[in-house]
Design a protein around this ligand. Structure first.
Ligand code: NAD
Ligand code: MG
Length: 382
């Protein structure tokens, strides 16, 4: 009965997580059935009763009709542009075709761009919004757990380059983010696991209470329990909003926004090994990366082994990838190191790592020698 009451309450009053930045503030609105109420939620915020909706084929089939009906209810005229799904859509080629198409159909400075989809659509549509006519209002409607907990806060938009992921882009903040947790019902389990890894990451970085909450309720989130999903998105967005507000453009000399890269040096290298073809999802790579970051922290003496045990136990209890043994074949340490060295978080040839002292206690360092990492990777099963 408590569950039902809570669910009813969150229907009436979606949760709002404010993101407070130097020159801009916006809300991440979190709750069930927000798509059906998008017209009412957006009408007061849009400068013009007109919007360009960017989405991908799969999300269009599943969730676009609801959004269009809701916009029509409040007389917001919407023009839809659909791109293929997948990471390949975050390319200069797709961006070029899309932005020319949008311009050809006519867009004004006050026309909003609405991105409906996962992180790929969020990054692509955000970059279109940032650059078309030098910037138009942007609304993000994330439909994957990963994009709701991660890309909905922080204003990073962009594309992949031939030499690597996310190397082209801009900081561009939305007017509002609508995280409709009902859209998660159609998300495959594998995608839920991938998004969940970023929630665990948030807890590990600086929110021990969130990590403990994950230990208690992570199974519910992964099984698709609506109330647990709302609470997980709320906690993860609130965490990221705190970090981003303190270091909007990732310029802090120590800590700050760079902490959000916990596990990501390894994750990006793993993704590069697999060539972004869908065999390895970003969040799956992050899950392995979290294990590796914790294991390296133990190996370097920063962190007790009990922390690694606790993390691995949680990941494995929920079928999450928790080490290099998750891959069917051993990877080459040399190849992984090579990819890490090409990561954009390299300064003066030294690689930035985020390491742990404890659950919820992390720090950035540039002092890790590459050959130590190489030995470590071999010991981990490379
Ligand atoms: P994605 O956008 O590719 O979505 C994954 C798949 O799920 C796609 O095939 C999509 O069509 C489908 N999908 C989306 N919503 C669905 C739904 N409700 N039901 C069923 N299927 C659905 O991947 P993602 O994991 O959401 O995002 C990954 C991307 O996000 C990466 O490119 C990453 O770089 C980016 N990202 C950006 C930020 C940021 O701060 N800007 C943060 C994290 C990740
Ligand atoms: Mg990530």
């Amino acid at each position: 009965a408590q569950r039902v009451l809570e669910a009813l309450e969150s229907y009436e009053h979606p949760v709002r997580v404010p993101v407070e930045l130097d020159a801009h503030r916006y809300d991440v609105v979190i709750g069930p059935d927000l798509l059906a109420r998008a017209g009412a939620l957006l009408a007061p915020l849009l400068p013009q009763k007109r919007a360009v909706v960017i989405t991908d084929v799969r999300v269009a089939a599943l969730h676009l009709p609801k959004l269009l009906a809701a916009l029509a209810e409040t007389s917001i005229e919407a023009q839809v542009f659909t791109v293929p799904g997948g990471e390949e859509s975050k390319s200069l080629a797709q961006y070029g075709a899309l932005i020319n198409d949008i311009l050809a159909h006519g867009i004004e400075r006050r026309t909003a761009v609405i991105g409906l989809g996962g992180g790929v659509i969020g990054d692509l549509s955000g970059f279109v919004a940032a650059t078309v006519l030098r910037g138009v209002p942007f609304v993000q409607i994330p439909t994957t757990l990963l994009s709701q907990v991660d890309s909905s806060v922080g204003g990073k938009t962009g594309l992949n380059a031939n030499t690597g992921k996310n190397l082209i882009g801009a900081f561009y903040q939305p007017l509002v983010v609508l995280a409709d947790t009902s859209t998660l019902a159609t998300l495959p389990k594998r995608e839920r696991i991938a998004g969940y890894a970023e929630i665990v990451k948030a807890g590990l970085i600086a929110d021990p209470e969130l990590f403990a909450w994950c230990e208690a309720h992570g199974g519910d989130v992964l099984d698709g329990d609506p109330a647990a999903q709302i609470e997980a998105v709320r906690r993860a967005c609130a965490f990221k909003a705190r970090v981003v507000a303190a270091d909007e453009r990732e310029q802090a000399a120590q800590g700050g926004r760079a902490l959000l890269n916990l596990g990501h040096s390894f994750a990006h290298a793993l993704e590069a090994c697999f060539g972004y073809d869908g065999r390895l999802l970003h969040g799956e790579a992050v899950s392995v990366g979290l294990h590796l970051a914790a294991a390296l922290s133990v190996r370097l003496g920063y962190c007790p082994g009990s922390v690694l045990k606790r993390l691995d136990a949680h990941l494995r209890a929920h079928g999450m990838p928790a080490g290099l043994d998750w891959f069917p074949e051993p990877l080459s340490a040399e190849t992984l190191i090579g990819h890490m060295a090409r990561d954009k978080k390299v300064h003066d040839g030294r690689l930035a790592f985020v390491l742990l002292r404890d659950i919820g206690d992390s720090f950035t360092t540039r002092d890790v020698q590459m050959d130590v990492v190489r030995d470590f990777l071999v010991q981990e099963g490379c």
